[in-house]
Write a protein that binds this ligand. Structure first.
Ligand code: LCS
Length: 397
């Protein structure tokens, strides 16, 4: 089947068959791991042309590698972008995207609910580089508009957000950014392209911590950016090449393998996520549940509009706050107490003291994240076993 014919197929088929551009050298169905740091040139002249950008080809794995190029091609294909850039981690992707879009003396308008590491980058390192970050409650696009300045070059969103599962109206925020001549970035880690494609909604850049659902097995740290050819060329040539946050060919290969099972994994995570969210929402010891697939989620209508499913992350608060929450976490037997998310294993953690310990108490309160909030990354085990574990753990609270 030609690449053109493949485009009309369903997303699940695209994940398995890819863009139809299998390894051209050998016909290998799965792209081999090109575990080589450097690539032989045929002449001094060819080397000069490669470095001058007058000729396409591989030079050195920090700048590009065939296994990584295959991953980038497939991620661009699935997110409907022109090009992609794979990096060593989600944070390498975030810092590379920001430094590509924004320079000293310019500003970013960002959601105030972000992964704790991104928040730390925005609060500490970027101000040192004279990049201002204005964090706003981006669940209401009007707050984004109010914060925009003439020097704002980037609107930075995370939807659904870690850990509150709040949403940003991607189409509305992107339209505002464009009015001001700025780009919009959406961290699409939680939804994955299976449930949400921000570029189709008007965003300019998509970011993934590929450590999570793209890998799916908890065995890789990686990040990916998808955007226009111009943005990705600049991110690669002007920032990643200099800061050096490249991905290893082996990790690119693991992610290519992860992509093939993304649809079945996400369906199962989401099926289980809904069951866990519903179970908790009816439990007498639970105060609150945050899950975009529940009609009680304040942005349920937006979730239905911009996502085709709700995913495997559930946040909740036990009556009795942090102490009671810690008792619950200590009582689980099947689930693993661990940060990260998107793994086949179910992981449980407390953001205020772990992933979001970079937020002050005041910042957590402003975002509406209670100190005792618990986040579960629901895995692909049988959901009855997960509910049984929660039931026995809640019995000890
Ligand atoms: N974006 C989101 C939404 C994330 O959840 C994370 C990591 C990152 C970016 C950064 O990606 P990394 O560099 O770790 O690949 N989130 C984590 C979490 O919730 N627990 O541990 C890491």
């Amino acid at each position: 089947m030609t690449a053109e014919e493949l485009r009309s197929k369903h997303f699940a088929t695209l994940c398995v068959h890819g863009s139809g551009e299998a390894d051209k050298e050998t016909g290998a169905l799965n792209t081999p791991i090109y575990q080589s740091s450097t690539f032989a040139m045929h002449s001094a002249q060819e080397g000069a042309q490669l470095f001058a950008g007058e000729r396409e080809g591989y030079v050195y794995t920090r700048i590009g590698n065939p296994t990584t190029a295959a991953l980038e091609r497939e991620m661009a294909f699935l997110e409907k972008g022109e090009k992609a850039l794979a990096l060593a981690s989600g944070m390498a992707a975030a810092s590379t995207a920001v430094l590509t879009a924004v320079s000293a003396g310019e500003s970013i308008v960002a959601s105030n609910c972000l992964y704790g590491g991104t928040h730390k980058l925005f609060k500490e390192l970027l101000p040192r580089l004279n990049i201002e970050v204005i964090e706003v409650d981006a669940t209401d696009a009007r707050n984004v508009k109010k914060a925009m300045k003439s020097n704002t070059k980037l609107v930075y969103l995370e939807s659904p957000a870690n850990p509150s599962l709040s949403l940003n109206d991607i189409a509305a925020c992107s339209a505002i950014a464009h009015e001001f001549g700025a780009l919009t970035l959406v961290d699409n880690t939680f939804a994955t392209p299976y449930f949400q494609r921000p570029l189709e909604l008007g965003a300019d850049i998509v970011l993934h911590s590929a450590t999570k659902y793209i890998s799916g097995h908890g065995d890789t740290i990686a990040g990916i950016l998808i955007s226009s050819a111009d943005f990705i060329d600049r991110a690669r040539g002007e920032i990643m090449r200099d800061l050096g946050g490249c991905i290893s060919p082996f990790n690119s290969w693991l992610l290519l393998r992860g992509l093939k099972t993304l649809p079945v994994r996400i369906e199962k995570h989401s099926f289980n996520g809904m069951r866990v969210a519903k179970y908790l929402s009816f439990h007498p010891k639970i105060k609150n549940v945050w899950y975009p697939g529940l009609p009680t989620h304040p942005q349920y209508e937006l979730a239905k509009r911009q996502m085709s499913g709700y995913g495997g992350i559930v946040a909740f608060e036990v009556k009795g706050g942090r102490k009671a929450g810690e008792r619950l976490i200590n009582a689980v037997e099947l689930m693993t107490i661990a940060v990260s998310l998107g793994d086949v294993d179910t992981l449980i953690q407390m953001p205020s003291s772990m992933t979001h310990s970079t937020y002050s108490s005041e910042e957590l309160a402003a975002v509406g994240i209670p100190e005792g909030l618990i986040r579960i990354s629901v895995g692909i085990e049988h959901y009855r076993d997960l509910l049984e574990d929660l039931s026995q753990a809640l019995g000890k609270v």
